[in-house]
Ligand binder design. Structure first.
Ligand code: IDP
Ligand code: MG
Length: 151
């Protein structure tokens, strides 16, 4: 089962869109295995965005993600990573199709509301970076057989 890390970024929390954003992933069929509300420490922000450390927007990105609290969710599901990315939409919100989170609620790249892991291995690594093993709950959801096909 794939894992993906979703972050409702500071703008999402401040704008009262936390519930709406989580709802979309939940309605898609993804299963929550971990969730927390937190102020992101600068060191964690830098680790999470390490791949962008040489980009001109890096400092602004770290400032943005640490500027105000976030909600972090670990989701599990078949095809969780790609499905979540499609639910989120494009990095540039103004190019993101209507129906996606960014296409429905955002206008600018530096205020794009939500993070989602961009690959299967990244999903595993990011969930492990943001959650201790003890914070994750493995549970059989009653609707699983209606969402995940038997294999
Ligand atoms: P993603 O969030 O769609 O995966 P990435 O390319 O991984 O996009 O970039 C991470 C985050 O960095 C973006 O969500 C956005 O908040 C920010 N970002 C990316 N490119 C730019 C830029 O050119 N200017 C300002 N912020 C950017
Ligand atoms: Mg990314």
């Amino acid at each position: 089962m794939e894992r993906t890390l979703i972050i409702v970024k500071p703008d999402g929390v401040q704008r009262g869109l936390t519930g709406e954003i989580i709802r979309r992933f939940e309605a898609r069929g993804l299963r929550i295995i971990g969730m927390k509300f937190m102020q992101v420490p600068e060191a964690l922000a830098k680790k999470h965005y390490a791949i962008h450390k040489d980009k001109p927007f890096f400092d602004g990105l770290v400032k943005y993600i640490t500027s105000s609290p976030v909600v972090v969710i670990a989701f599990e599901g078949t095809n969780a990573v790609q499905a979540a990315r499609n639910t989120i939409g494009s990095t540039k919100p103004h190019e993101s199709p209507a129906g996606t989170i960014r296409g429905d609620f955002a206008l600018e790249i530096g205020r794009n509301l939500v993070h989602g892991s961009d690959g299967v291995e990244n999903g595993e690594n990011e969930v492990a970076l943001w959650f201790d093993a003890a914070e994750l709950v493995s549970w059989p959801r009653n609707t699983d057989p209606w969402i995940f096909e038997e294999r």
